[in-house]
Design a protein around this ligand. Structure first.
Ligand code: NDP
Length: 493
């Protein structure tokens, strides 16, 4: 073990613990390419203890009896603590993930609004009295928390993705076992300390860390009532199979291959900016990366030229430095994967416009140069399969119909961008694109009050907004006989 590693512990049943077996793993800082934290590696017993704690807190603990107002008060306290401790959370995310500080700070500073928003729903969960065709019966419908939530978050935006699940789950009155990615566990554990400080009862939030079988054990456990997963499509399919063994309802936020569609009638400067934001922000490691640029032939050459100029100007470097625009990839195996996909694109015949290689002049970490390929056919692997890195595939189109056909010719259906000055066309595109989100003359906006999620192989279920809240609630109908009459026992209804 390296002596100067930051030691961190897991949070189970309101107590800070190492794994029962004592094993641990190292989280690596991708800029320095060196381990920086030592984190418990859960075994089966740790997962069991965490689920037991969440189960107990839900079934027997005070959480079940809290009012929406009590939960809202705790959540607002948590929001304030996140605000007060934002710098520490930001620093942890930068070290764990390599995310540039301007983006990490933007995400962490956004978190309190999520807890405030869902706190505002916690005390407004009304029960409806239903009208029914049965006379002399009084029927009402309760909304209840689903129970124990097993939540698994991806490494690219650890606390934001966890918050998409935690804020509505807490507001609904669920308890949670959260598993952050083994690549980025530290900020989530720091956040758990704020949950403790806010005064949530033990067992309401449990955070377990590890790699290998932690996530699969959590999802397969029949004591888990609801599963919320953000990760790759391949893992999402396994998660769905596993959750199905005990019929746990599931929300899946998976990968994407989103089309950013630029028409000749668009403001090309704004479109250039949006395409750069779509593929090079967060070093391309976002599920909504606009990794396919569909561009109308009339402006193809000009746009590619503008993009190449911008890509070559992007400031790579130390993610802790404010001026840095693009950091390293999050871990070395991922850097190697991205490079292998670039090589594959060259072998498929795509034309390399810029970048196209790992670079070492910006620091010791896992850097890859912003990369653009032109001459791409939508049938290429480069256009069909997610890379999750700073690699843009440019595909020309002739007219609106062709743009829609190419955009929808994808296994994924997470998001799309449309750049046009024609509002009627924009509306037609919104209706025809088979995705969960369309941005018109903007890109990569998410908010606590706007539902987010995918279609096709990008998953199902929605996070954020009122729909995000309903993922964590289940309805119950209650019938009351009011007349005192006896019914025929052999006739239904
Ligand atoms: P992975 O698919 O590699 O997920 C890894 C996580 O899943 C680990 O925590 C792992 O834990 C767990 N896991 C693995 N197998 C199983 C299983 N059978 N059952 C339950 N859990 C399991 O994704 P990444 O973390 O690498 O994230 C990158 C992906 O996330 C990208 O494809 C990206 O597009 C997607 N993403 C989607 C977003 C969206 O909102 N749509 C947002 C951000 C990212 P363990 O090994 O311990 O089991």
């Amino acid at each position: 073990m390296t002596p100067d590693l930051l030691p961190v512990q897991m949070f189970i049943d309101g107590v800070w613990v190492d794994s029962v077996g004592g094993s641990a793993f190292e989280s690596t800082d991708p800029y320095f390419a060196k381990p920086w934290a030592r984190v418990p590696d859960s075994d089966a017993e740790d997962v069991d203890r965490a689920i037991q704690a969440a189960r107990r807190a839900f079934d027997d603990g005070p959480w079940r009896r809290t009012t929406g107002r009590d939960r809202a008060r705790l959540m607002r306290r948590l929001a304030a603590l996140v605000e007060q401790n934002a710098d520490e959370l930001v620093t942890a995310e930068v070290h764990d993930n390599g995310k540039v500080i301007r983006e990490a700070a933007g995400q962490i500073n956004a978190l309190p609004a999520y807890y405030d928003y869902f706190a505002g729903m916690a005390d407004k969960l009304t029960s409806d009295v239903l009208t029914t065709s049965y006379p002399d019966h009084h029927v009402f419908q309760l909304l209840e928390p689903r129970g124990v939530v097993g939540a698994i978050a991806a490494w690219n935006s650890p606390l934001l993705i966890a918050t998409y699940k935690l804020a509505p789950a807490l507001a609904a009155g669920c308890t949670i076992v959260l598993k952050p990615s083994e690549h980025t566990p530290v900020s989530t554990l720091r956040f758990a300390a704020l949950v403790e400080q806010a005064g949530f009862p033990p067992g309401v939030l449990n955070v377990i860390t590890g790699a290998g079988e932690v996530g699969s054990r959590l999802v397969a456990d029949p004591r888990v009532d609801k599963v919320a997963f953000t990760g790759s499509t391949a893992t999402g399919i396994r998660v769905a199979q596993s959750a199905a063994t005990h019929l746990a309802p599931l929300s899946l936020e998976l990968g994407g291959k989103s089309a950013n569609i630029v028409f000749a009638d668009s403001d090309l400067e704004a479109a250039t900016n949006g395409v750069v934001a779509g593929i090079f922000a967060a070093t391309g490691q976002t599920c909504v990366a606009g990794s396919r640029l569909l561009v109308q032939r009339e402006v193809h050459d000009e746009l590619v030229e503008r993009l190449a100029a911008r890509a070559n100007e992007i400031r790579l470097g130390d993610p802790m430095v404010r001026e840095t625009e693009m950091g390293p990839l999050a871990f070395s195996a991922h850097r190697d994967y991205v490079v292998s996909r670039i090589e594959d694109a060259v072998s498929e015949g795509a034309e390399l416009i810029c970048g196209g290689r790992a670079v070492d002049e910006f620091g010791p970490g896992f850097f890859v140069a912003p990369t653009i390929f032109a001459g791409v056919s939508n049938a290429m692997r480069l256009a069909q399969q997610e890379i999750f890195g700073p690699v843009l595939a440019v595909i020309p189109f002739s007219d609106e119909a062709e743009a829609i056909r190419i955009a929808n010719d994808s296994p994924h259906g997470l998001a799309a961008g449309v750049w046009t000055g024609d509002v009627r066309r924009a509306h037609r595109l919104v209706r025809h694109l088979q995705v969960g989100t369309v941005w018109v003359n903007c890109y990569r906006l998410v908010s606590f009050d706007v539902p987010f999620g995918g279609r096709k192989m990008s998953g199902y279920g929605r996070e954020n907004g009122p729909e995000g809240m309903h993922e964590y609630l289940v309805s119950k109908s209650a019938w009351f006989e009011m007349s005192g009459a006896t019914r025929d026992p052999f006739v239904l209804g």
